[in-house]
Write a protein that binds this ligand. Sequence first.
Ligand SMILES: Cc1cc2nc3c(=O)[nH]c(=O)nc-3n(C[C@H](O)[C@H](O)[C@H](O)COP(=O)(O)O)c2cc1C
Length: 451
Amino acid sequence: MPYQDLRAFLTALKNAGELVDIDRPVALKYDVAKALAKASSMQGPALMFKQTGTDFPLVAGVYGNRRLALMAFEASEKTIHEKVLKAINNPIAPVDLKGKPPCQEVVLTGDAIDVTKLPVPIYSPKDGGPYITAGIVVSENPETGIPDIGNYRFQVHGPKELGVFSAPNHRFGKNMAHATQMGKQLHGALVIGVDPLTMYSCQVQSSDSTNDWFVAGGLRGSPVELAKAISNDMKVPALAEIVIEFTVDTNDQKVEGPLGEYTGYYTPASPKPVAKITAITHRTGAIFQGLLTGKPITENHVLKQIPFESSILRQLQAQFPTISDVSINSSGGVQVYVVIAMKPRYEGEARHAILAAMAGNLHPKWVIAVDPDIDIRNSAEVEWAQSFRVKPSEDVFIVDRTATAPLDPYTNGGYSSSVGIDATKPFGAEFPEVSEVPGWREFDLPEIAKQ
Ligand SMILES: Cc1cc2nc3c(=O)[nH]c(=O)nc-3n(C[C@H](O)[C@H](O)[C@H](O)COP(=O)(O)O)c2cc1C
């Protein structure tokens, strides 16, 4: 059985020594972020801040490193991609929870709505204010009603208002634009504190016509339990800790930002849509969740990497079946630097695979194809392939005027260009044999093992 809710996962983390309580006051302004950055640099545990100066505890670092990610998926490095691919190929429909939904044990509407009562940290010194970074946005295509879930940042503007940013190529952004075209406001819900696989499912890349609750069910291996929101007809995860229901109108804007983002740079302040809160509901004793974003590697990168790699692998393999693996590096924000392992079946196939990856929704700036003998998660091996399996004038190419990753600080607002490097061995030609000491992995050397 998957972890049913955040609490079940926190109990498992605690039992494994992967969740540490902080029982002294830690300031929401910067100090929580400092603690998270420190724990992250040590590949450390998640942290539960018990004294936040509010009525709610704050847990963060739950997605702080790969070890915790593998725990969430109940998988190992060997099984992870197979497990995720199988899950994506076997979606499971959500169900309506019977009885009163835990996420609505406390219901706040009208004058009782005050989001500033939550322990929302300020992470980086130049951030425009406190940011809710660990939320899932539920929104629906205003025409078809197909639900989307995704992670989006929200700046706290005031008790009943949040600043919203969605890249135009992300579904929440598309739903907002669509509603505006139809002259409507969009309903949404910002959901905080869900089971880990529902959280990871937000990063699975799927088509705009996908009902994301099915993807989450597939990843969990059991249906997500949903409940009707209080102030609109949308469905929200019934076991969530906190749900902030809102409406958003893209014509109603306020300055949002800056925010230290996953590229490692601040995104500048600019006018962005305002979400008007229509209800806040939460569990009794609700736990608020924080999430560090900023220069790689943060929770943001850990959350994206496994779902991105599995879903891009699936998309590319449909056309290029000899692709055996895809690595989307954290150093490139889990976006702009993609390495593909493949055995080309004909001359030029590697280049076509590179072009297909460039055309995907990640908008990568660098795509490198290597042979399957290269460990694509070891940058030294990839650099070795680029050093000795590439003739730059033949194997490196630039595609001009490609769509930019919207938050890339160097290409923001304009076209980008993308570099393809075919570092596979020349097709059909003799190539020198790799010289490596055979059998060293199995060689018994107790003198070193003892040290
Ligand atoms: C923690 C976190 C925060 C994110 N915040 C935003 C955001 O504020 N705006 C945005 O456009 N994408 C954001 N993303 C990226 C999108 O959630 C992600 O690319 C998602 O796959 C897009 O959804 P879609 O595939 O439904 O279009 C964030 C990702 C993570 C992991």
